[in-house]
Write a protein that binds this ligand. Structure first.
Ligand code: KG4
Ligand code: ZN
Length: 345
């Protein structure tokens, strides 16, 4: 089965062609990052307009790279929630039009669920690409999954396709938001995650012991105190180097994320841990998670870097599994700015 995926929830316009929920035939991502960087963050109206401008060329390129025509496409999967409403509507309107014209099913996909499904993708037809996470097989259930992106820090218990329990989320800033805000404080620019990671190279992660909000006994997170500590560190008299501050900040985030995720896996007795979302591209997070999972006898999965941030391949993959499990929708499905993927049980 060949699924055409569409992603326009934020500042990436992306289209992908994925075979059997696993093999990437193409994955085109047109990023608007540089335009939004001028404003220090995503400008919603600008994002919607850019999606409209580049959507059709991105679609054409995705088909061309996959060596397909519309006739080869069996279904269309599109992000319909959560995200910037105007941006999402560009993608869902296009998907509905395609579905009508091609007479093919259109599957609405939750963006966070799609981030999780990036762990089910393979970068190319066999053999699996060497950068494909800590394991050579694709992810499976049951698992504990940590979704860390610009807007989310969510810990899930994944019991099966479409069967998720939210264990906890952040009480304040998302992990990616903390990276972005602290990068701005340090004068490192936007987006903050990659900038902090780069600045941290060569820095001493033990230079400053930033607070770790472990919130014992709870699966929730909190990063706003850490952000305040970074602000104070930058105001201090004997100012440490920016690379020391960046490395120490990154270490504090990674320490909390990995400890809490592994504790949840142990508590639930599951053997698999999945990482997903933009922050899971972070090299230090992958390293520390791997070390700690190895020690705890857990198998760690994370997507290749290019599939951690927003892309349409993960949307197509999630859509494929919806179809496999008989979950379809009629063309009048809604587009929503917010909706949790799962609730706390
Ligand atoms: O998943 P994503 O592309 O978009 C959302 O759905 O939010 O995540 C974007 C977030 C941004 O906050 C960005 O700073 C962060 O992911 N990020 C990183 C890295 N690459 C992207 N954070 C830490 N280290 C990275 N290497
Ligand atoms: Zn995302």
């Amino acid at each position: 089965m060949i699924v055409f995926g569409i992603e326009t929830s934020c500042d990436e316009t992306s289209a992908a062609v994925v075979k059997d929920g696993r093999v990437l035939l193409s994955n085109i991502v047109a990023s608007q990052m540089e335009e939004h960087a001028l404003y220090g963050g995503v400008v919603p109206e600008l994002a919607s307009r850019r999606h409209v401008e580049v959507l059709i060329p991105v679609f054409r390129q995705a088909l061309a790279e996959a060596g397909c025509t519309w006739a080869d496409i069996d279904a269309i999967a599109v992000t319909n929630r959560p995200g910037l409403l105007g941006a999402l509507l560009v993608g869902t309107s296009a998907a509905k039009a395609l579905g009508m014209a091609l007479k093919k099913p259109v599957v609405p996909v939750h963006h966070i669920e799609a981030h999780l499904y990036a762990n089910w993708l393979n970068t190319m037809a066999p053999p699996p690409a060497p950068e494909f996470g800590g394991a050579s097989v694709r992810a499976d259930f049951p698992a504990v999954a940590l979704v860390v992106s610009g807007g989310h820090t969510d810990l899930f218990h994944l019991r099966g396709h479409g069967d998720y329990i939210l264990l906890g989320r952040t009480r304040d800033d998302a992990a990616g938001e903390a990276f972005d805000k602290c990068a701005r404080l340090m004068g490192l620019g936007y987006p903050g995650g990659p900038a902090v990671q780069k600045a941290a190279e060569g820095g001493n992660p033990k230079a400053i012991t930033f607070p770790r909000a472990l919130l014992q006994g709870s699966h929730e997170f909190s990063f706003s105190g850490l952000k305040t500590s970074v602000r104070y560190a930058l105001q201090g008299e004997n100012l440490p180097s920016i690379s020391d501050i960046a490395a120490s900040f990154q270490e504090a985030v990674v320490d909390v994320l990995s400890k809490k995720t592994i504790a949840a896996a142990k508590e639930l007795g599951v053997e698999r841990v999945l990482l997903a979302g933009g922050v899971s591209a972070n090299t230090r997070l992958r390293e520390v998670m791997q070390e700690r999972c190895d020690k705890a006898g857990l198998t760690l999965f994370y997507p290749p870097v290019a599939l951690c941030t927003d892309n349409a391949a993960m949307i197509a993959c999630a859509g494929y599994w919806h179809l496999q499990n008989g979950r379809t929708a009629t063309l009048d499905f809604e587009t929503r700015a917010s909706e949790p993927l799962a609730r706390v049980q």
